[in-house]
Design a binder for this molecule. Structure first.
Ligand code: TYM
Length: 359
């Protein structure tokens, strides 16, 4: 069998991603068996993300759960590079991290890598652009509802100077740094593209007296345009942004969402649709329809041809619009919370008092 070509790095995702192969190539572990069961119990309402293998791969998650049950604790870390408006794929790991924070009652560090996006030349972003997007993106993240006393959101500058450990002066070190903020195991939720950084961290952490970072990896929510490549902040037709209003959501889904349906209604009724390549179905499955019975019913109806492409798109539009309206209401309320995440909440105050040259 010829293996299709695809690329997954922190800077590029192209082709149709074969996630089983990524587990082999990256040397991570699948989330299966007793570990998956345990995590499903912990996650409650969000368990479908494990059951459906949306978060499908990990490093040392078993050790994280052991540490938790032995009372050793853990902390969480995730991040965002503010290169533009956030889309629905970007927010998935943040909701997942919030669910984990609720269950583990633990600290969360959120890194906003404005420097990374400024430095990536192909993006052509000015310093002011990255600052503007950082402010906007922090508000989107605040809308997710993290505990204000256990969450610290920081731009990646972190107050380091050239005199700090020389290792901190290149970008991967900056992204790795928050995983070393506590002498406990750090669990990092993200899509699998960020894993290369954790590999470097795991090579250096123990000799420095820290824990190797643990990670839990998600698949990519596919672009609207089909099951290949990645949603892009700079290609509006591929993504739904958190700022898209109802009308934009409807237009984008009708116009651009790749359908697994047949060319005509008659043919569709006869042959049925293919949910495996149908982006509206995949988005429902991966995030927007947590109810297993409902999603399986949609699959059956669509495959049989009883449910038409337009009907399936309407279901997705309704779900996405509801989610975004709720998210935006939370975003408005979160304006008052941002200062807590940045400087005034209990964890943020502790961080600003800390002398990093001594740690
Ligand atoms: P960034 O801003 O590219 O992405 C933010 C988060 O979103 C994930 N992601 C996706 N998840 C699901 N579906 C998609 N289509 C999709 N596209 C992106 C990313 O994996 C990430 O979790 N360098 C980082 C910022 C960063 C970071 C971190 C991320 C700094 N520290 C720690 C995760 C964990 C970046 O530019 O992410």
């Amino acid at each position: 069998m010829v293996e299709e070509k695809f690329v997954v790095t922190p800077w590029e995702v192209t082709g149709a991603v074969d996630y089983d192969r990524l587990i082999r190539d990256f040397g991570t572990q699948p989330i299966t068996g007793p570990l998956a069961k345990k995590l499903e119990e912990i996650l409650g309402d969000a368990a479908y993300l494990i059951r459906r293998h949306i978060f499908f791969s990990h490093r040392d998650l078993n050790l994280v759960l052991d540490d938790h049950s032995k009372g050793k604790g853990l902390f969480l870390y995730t991040g965002r590079g503010p290169s533009g408006p956030m889309h629905i794929g970007h927010i998935l790991s943040f909701y997942f991290t919030k669910w984990l924070q609720d269950k583990f009652h633990t600290n969360v560090y959120i890194q906003i890598t404005d420097d990374e996006k400024f430095l990536e030349e192909k993006r052509n972003l000015s310093y002011e652009d990255t600052q503007k997007w950082a402010v906007d993106n922090i508000l989107e993240i605040a809308a997710v509802g993290f505990d204000p006393d256990r969450t610290f959101t920081a731009k990646s500058v972190f107050g380091f100077t050239g005199e700090t450990n020389i290792g901190f002066s290149f970008y991967p070190s900056i992204q790795i740094l928050p995983s070393l903020l506590e002498k406990r195991r750090c669990l990092i939720p993200s899509a699998i593209d960020q894993d290369p950084y954790w590999r470097i961290q795991r090579d250096i952490a123990e000799p420095m007296g820290y824990y190797k970072a643990a990670a839990v990896h998600s698949k990519f929510l596919p672009p609207l345009t089909g099951m290949k490549d990645k949603m892009s902040s700079s290609k509006p037709e591929t993504a739904i942004y958190l700022s898209d209003d109802d009308k934009t959501v409807r237009n984008k889904v009708y116009r651009y969402a790749f359908s697994g349906g047949q060319a005509t209604k008659e043919e569709h009724r006869k042959k049925g649709g293919d949910p495996d390549v149908d982006v509206p179905f995949q988005w429902l499955y991966m995030f927007f329809e947590p109810d297993d019975k409902k999603i399986e019913q949609i699959r059956t109806e669509y495959k049989s041809g009883r449910m038409l492409t337009g009907d399936l798109k309407d279901i997705l539009i309704e779900k996405v619009a509801t989610f975004l309206n709720e998210h935006r209401q939370r975003r408005e309320k979160a304006r008052e919370l941002v200062h807590l995440y940045k400087k005034d909440g209990a964890l943020a105050r502790e961080m600003w008092k800390r002398d990093f040259s001594k740690s």
